[in-house]
Structures are given as C-alpha cells and as structure tokens.
Write a protein that binds this ligand. Structure first.
Ligand SMILES: Cc1ncc(COP(=O)(O)O)c(C=O)c1O
Length: 386
C-alpha cells in the first residue's frame, strides 16, 4: 500500500486526501516519494511563511529539543520569557500574551477573555468569517458547511455583513462583549477589509464598551506585506489572535492582549502545552528570520509583482484578482476544483477559498523565478478552453 491508500484506510475520514505522497520540503518546494518537485503555493494553509525546512528554525528546534521540550506555564522559562518580550514589541499597546497551540484555541481564548473582561455575553462576527472549528470559534464562523450536524453551538453569537459600517452600528449594544473580524477574510474568499470599516469597528467598540478582536491567524507575520494586516489600516484591536506561521511550522497559537482587557486571573484559562519551550524557541527563531531576511517587505514587493502579473492574464474565466501582499484570491466565474487539479498536474499546489476562489498563499521566501513559474502555470490552466 502507498501512503495515500494507508491514510485513506486508517484516517478518521474528515479530509479529502490528495493522491500525492509528500516527504520533504525546501523553501517554497515540496518533494514527493519519487523526488518530483511541487511549487507550494499553499504553505500548508498559510503556515510555512518562512518556507519549508528553514535552517535557523530547524537548528533552534533541534537545540531546544535536547535542552527542554515541555514546561507548564506556571514555571518561568528563558525561551518563553524572551518570546513574550518579543511579541509585546510587535504591536505597541498589546503588551501581554497568552500562548496556546493552534488558531482555533487562540480564538477560544480571546472569546473567553472578552466575556470575562466585559461581563457581557454577546459576540458579533461577520458573514463569510472563518475563525476555527471548535465550538466557540465555530460559533463565530459563518459558513453553514462547517456548522451543520454539530449544532447547537454556543449561544450569544450573531453575524453582520462584512465591510458594512451601518450594520455594525446597529448590531453593537450594551450587551456586546466583542466584535471579531478578520482584517482580510481568508477562507471566506480573500476579501480585504475597507480601512474605514475597521476604523469604525474600533470606534464603535470603544464607544459602547465592547472589545475588538482581530483574527490575524492567516494574515499575520508578514503575509500581507505588514507584520500584521491591521497595520495597513491604522487600527488597534483589544485582542489580536495569531497562530499558523508564528513558530515557522511548529504548532502554536497566541493572543496579544491590550490594556482594556481585565480580570484575567490565575485559573481563568490555561493550556497544558501553551508556551512550551520548544514552540517558543521555534517562534523566536522564526521572528528573527522574518526580520533578518526582510520577509515582510519581500511579501509586499513580491505580492505587488504577482498581483500585477495575474491581472494581466486575459482569461474569460477570471472575475477578479484581489488580495494583499502574498495573500491573493483569483475569483473565477466557475467552480475552482478542476483548475486546482490541473495546476497540481503542472506541479503547483494552490488552495481554494469557497467554491469559486483560487487562493494563493505561497511562502514569503518564494523566488521571482518561482513566481514566474506559478504565473505561467496559471496562464496555461486558465486559458485552456477545455
Ligand atoms: C482566520 C482564521 N482563523 C482561525 C483559523 C483556525 O486555525 P486552526 O486551523 O489552527 O485552528 C484559521 C485557519 O485556517 C483561519 O484562517
């Protein structure tokens, strides 16, 4: 049996398995068992911003693995303390941090912190939003596909149209604990926020005593051409959720916490693995590499280059190309699945975002030569009449 057959036989069944067996990665490339190279424009759903097998992250993990892997957060540690200091410097005003192990856990923590801090229950999220798949974050997620069959969800959640200030004005009340928004919706179809919408969300929350939670799980750490996407909009959240690429591929989640968030006392929340020295060492190395290699600036430049090339593809299939930095969506007039398959046959791995959007989240270390290869594969696939 090959890996595909084994996994199809033994896995829970909740993933649609691709007929590929990937065993190695290097930079923006993945390699299968036969040594065939694939250009990875998915970054493992937005995790591998630094590319695969980054040598400095790999060295930090190896060193920490033989020093100390696990330590509960009650016991202070050199790597965790250094990462806390580093994270506190990323967004002035968000100077405390809670560590966990994934995106959905970061959202769960932020939702709990908002309820604890405000003493209120209601949470307002946006239509098309994706915030995760555990019960709290799933209650903030919009798409029925993720919710069907597992309801009832957590009470107190409602959804308003994205980028609609009036709807938000009408929705936020004295019972609202928090508004949660992605600065650019990822899974929902790659829709950037309007600057005035996010700024209004901050104002409305401040005026009515609600907290603003910004979900940067997909858009964080340089992906959009700023360290965090909110920095394009001059918006200051009260809680900022991040995960995915923070530790260069090692599982981690984090919530950055602003001054208005109060009453977080011992026992209010916690996580066995949260803040473990292994993921903290990996995150320290990843953040250092992002800075040393200028990956935030690179994402802005490469993203502008790629978007311009994509907009020049004159395919009748394309409705719109949109995005920020290296978080890009190509909205098609048809279902995207056959085009993703055709791209894979050309050894390019990309993602969907909903039924009709082809999503590109390449590693920020992708080379210009690789970007040109991607564009040429997309041209072939999107211009092919068949
Ligand atoms: C914006 C956003 N929030 C939350 C999540 C959930 O993250 P995780 O899959 O690590 O739980 C994702 C994952 O794609 C995401 O894109």
């Amino acid at each position: 049996m090959d890996f595909y057959e084994i996994e199809t036989k033994y896995s829970a069944g909740v993933y649609a398995k691709q007929q590929l067996s990937i065993v190695r990665g290097q930079g923006a490339s993945l390699f299968d068992t036969d040594g065939n190279e694939y250009l990875d424009c998915s970054s493992g759903h937005g995790v591998a911003n630094l590319g695969h097998a980054h040598p400095k992250v790999a060295a930090a993990i190896a060193e920490q693995a033989s020093t100390l892997i696990t330590l509960f957060e009650s016991y202070p540690n050199d790597k965790r303390a250094a990462l806390m200091q580093k994270m506190a410097s990323l967004v002035p005003g968000l100077e405390r941090v809670f560590f966990c192990n994934s995106g959905t856990e970061a959202v769960e923590a932020a939702l709990k912190f908002a309820r604890i801090s405000t003493g209120r229950t209601n949470i307002i999220a946006a239509m098309r939003a994706f915030h995760g798949r555990t019960f709290g974050s799933l209650s903030a997620t919009f798409n029925k596909k993720y919710r069907q069959g597992v309801e009832p969800l957590v009470p107190g959640f409602s959804h308003v149209p994205y980028n609609n200030i009036e709807a938000l004005e009408n929705a936020v009340t004295g019972k609202t604990a928090a508004v949660i928004l992605e600065p650019i919706q990822g899974e929902g179809g790659v829709y950037p926020a309007d600057a005035n919408y996010l700024q209004a969300a901050q104002r409305i929350c401040a005026e009515r005593g609600a907290l603003l939670i910004i979900d940067e799980i997909q858009s964080g750490f340089g992906r959009t051409g700023k360290m965090f996407a909110v920095q394009h909009f001059n918006v200051m959240p009260d809680l900022l959720c991040c995960a995915k690429s923070l530790a260069g591929g090692v599982p981690i989640g984090a919530v950055l916490i602003g001054e208005k968030v109060q009453n977080l006392t011992p026992g209010a929340h916690g996580s066995t693995f949260g803040g473990n020295p292994l993921s903290c060492a990996a995150a320290l190395a990843a953040l250092k590499a992002i800075e040393e290699e200028g990956l935030v600036e690179q994402a802005a430049e490469k993203g502008a280059y790629l978007i311009e090339k994509l907009r020049r593809i004159e395919s009748p299939l394309v409705r719109e190309v949109r995005g920020m930095g290296l978080m890009i969506g190509i909205e098609l007039k048809q279902k995207v699945a056959p085009y993703l398959k055709a791209l894979q046959e050309k050894r390019v791995i990309a993602l969907n975002a909903g039924m009709t959007v082809l999503r590109l989240l390449p590693p920020l270390v992708i080379s210009y030569e690789q970007i040109d290869r991607l564009v040429s594969a997309l041209e072939d696939v999107l211009m092919d009449e068949n």
